[in-house]
Ligand binder design. Structure first.
Ligand code: SF4
Length: 84
């Protein structure tokens, strides 16, 4: 199963930045997690993800009311959830 949150890239195109998603091999349910504990694996992947900025720009969680992990942060109803 792949990360449904990560913008989908063209694996045949090495220049496509979306193929670099660090969460690509994680279960998609962890990307759409609503609690910090359940989002932990994806949040850890985000720490080493080379497309972190692009992920948040494409998902635009603050304006789409996305629930889940994007750009290294956990979101709920367009707001960042504290994970500290
Ligand atoms: S920033 Fe996080 S959620 Fe976005 S693609 Fe990278 S690892 Fe996945």
């Amino acid at each position: 199963m792949t990360c449904k949150n990560a913008p989908q890239g063209d694996p045949a195109d090495p220049a496509d930045w979306r193929t670099a998603a660090a969460c690509a091999d994680l279960p998609h349910h962890s990307v759409f997690a609503k609690s910090p504990a359940k989002a932990d694996a994806v949040l850890r992947a985000c720490n080493q993800c080379p497309i972190r900025r692009e992920c948040e720009a494409v998902v635009d969680p603050a304006h789409t009311w996305f629930d889940g992990v994007s750009g290294g942060r956990l979101w709920r109803n367009g707001k960042v959830v504290s994970t500290g």
